[in-house]
Write a protein that binds this ligand. Sequence first.
Ligand code: BTN
Length: 245
Amino acid sequence: MQRVFDGARFGQPCYAFEEVTSTMDVAHELAQQGAPEGTCVWAARQRQGRGRLGRTWESPEGGAYFSLILRPARAPQEIPQLSLVAGLSAAEAIREVTGLSPSIRWPNDLLLEERKVAGILIEAKDGAAVLGVGINVAAHPDALPDTATSLAACGAACDPYDLAARLCRRLEGWYDHWGAHGFAPIREALRPWVSHFGEVVRVTLGTDQEVEGQALDVDEAGRLLLRLESGAIRPCEVGEVRFLR
Ligand code: BTN
């Protein structure tokens, strides 16, 4: 089945499925076959939706689950910044459609009422970056992990496809801006959405290593800056933030 997001460069073409293992898998296949930038793979359900750090992404009916094929003109080491570019676009789209203002938890989570409502996944392979977006739209909290919520549970039901289309439009703008000017303008736009600046957090790094400190900002490369107890500033490139409250 093929549906088209109205007017958007991102989301065209859009291949929509009732069920797939993961939209990431289908998008990688299409990317390898030379699909153009902006190609979207949408699924109503995923059997093996995945998140960062090898996690499962529960994908019950009624959510927005899609992957976009991107071919960024930025250096490979800048590709992780896409997570924040997409997070910013997703936060704006959610506010535009529902009136709710999610907060961004570096580097890839959107939170409402301190629970995760959306996540972003970037997988780069052979010159293409596949951007995966999962938004819990209609799900009852019982169908989601304890730490998650949905837009409906927060009082704002909406059409997942319309939400995805708005997100694609927002993303086009920020992505082009990022392509032309780098991360600096994204960083400025992002700050008001990040709830944990100033807070003491624990960051689990890629390995089993953990660091604690006050989250200060993201730097010009998109790294989270932590002030450690010693006073030293530690930039974190990857990791997962937990609040210590
Ligand atoms: C995370 O929070 O760790 C990222 C979650 C990303 C989930 C989306 S749903 C669409 C796409 N397909 C997947 O299997 N994962 C991403």
